[in-house]
Design a protein around this ligand. Structure first.
Ligand SMILES: Nc1ncnc2c1ncn2[C@@H]1O[C@H](COP(=O)(O)OP(=O)(O)OP(=O)(O)O)[C@@H](O)[C@H]1O
Length: 237
């Protein structure tokens, strides 16, 4: 199993119906992320990026196609089984942040570690140190600044020592210094063998990626056609 591709999605479709309105948010999207690789997913608002990330994380079920984590299918399983696979293998950083609001940052980290069910993990204090929040573990989410919250969210996403890290706009609305801190942490994780997928509008985030794919209207497109890609000419692959 160790040499399996970390994350594989094949021909994903996601159909939404809200009253009379029908949306095909994903129209046959295939993605793979290898261990140690950072993939950036870019595209205009409404192109399906968050839907794709939710399907990859097992937070949502694709209407068609399948998602595999280290060769194990995570899609089309009961929610409890998807949650178990996610807790063990995947770290997720969502735009809404992945925090329980009435728990301190340290307890949020511990909660994610417990969900990993006995997997060896680094201590909450070490994780806090990695994101420069060593002195803020006792704080509640509402007591943190936007940049601190972003870093706390990343610490929680990393709490289960994930094989795969899925991050939706991890650096959205952050100043340049904090953005660089987060991007460096993501790169470090990839260097340690984690498969990292970032949904982003940020040119700086695109620059740290090994590979970029574009989404438009629920389909993958040539990423070189996207403006973010043009601002980042040094990206290879
Ligand atoms: N729960 C839902 N019910 C109905 N339609 C939805 C739902 N979630 C997303 N959509 C629709 O699916 C399409 C893709 O949305 P999605 O949020 O994945 O796009 P996005 O690329 O992440 O956008 P943004 O960059 O603005 O976050 C949009 O047309 C959106 O309105």
């Amino acid at each position: 199993m160790a040499d399996e591709t970390a994350l594989t999605a094949r021909e994903l479709y996601r159909f939404y119906r809200a009253g009379e309105e029908e949306t095909l948010a994903l129209r046959g999207v295939s993605v793979r992320v290898e261990r140690g690789e950072t993939l950036a997913v870019i595209g205009p608002s409404g192109s399906g990026k968050s839907t794709l990330l939710a399907c990859l994380a097992g937070l949502d079920e694709p209407s068609g196609g399948e998602v595999r984590v280290s060769g194990v299918r995570i899609s089309h399983r009961p929610e409890t089984e998807r949650a178990r696979l996610r807790a063990r293998h995947i770290g997720v950083l969502l735009q809404t942040r992945n925090l329980v609001h009435h728990l301190t940052i340290r307890d949020n980290i511990r909660l994610a570690q417990q969900a990993a069910a006995g997997k060896p993990v680094v201590s909450a204090q070490e994780l806090l140190g990695q994101v420069d929040l060593a002195g803020r573990g006792h704080a509640l989410p509402r007591q943190l600044s936007g940049g601190e919250l972003a870093r706390a969210g990343l610490a929680i996403a990393l709490a289960n020592s994930p094989d795969i890290l899925l991050a939706d706009e991890p650096t959205g609305e952050l100043d340049g210094g904090t953005e660089q801190t987060i991007l460096t942490l993501l790169r470090d994780r990839a260097a340690q063998g984690c498969a990292v997928l970032i949904v982003t509008h940020s040119a700086a985030a695109v620059r740290v990626a090994d590979r970029v794919i574009g989404l438009a209207d629920g389909r993958t497109v040539d990423a070189s056609a996207e403006p973010e890609r043009q601002e980042a000419p040094d990206v290879t692959g």
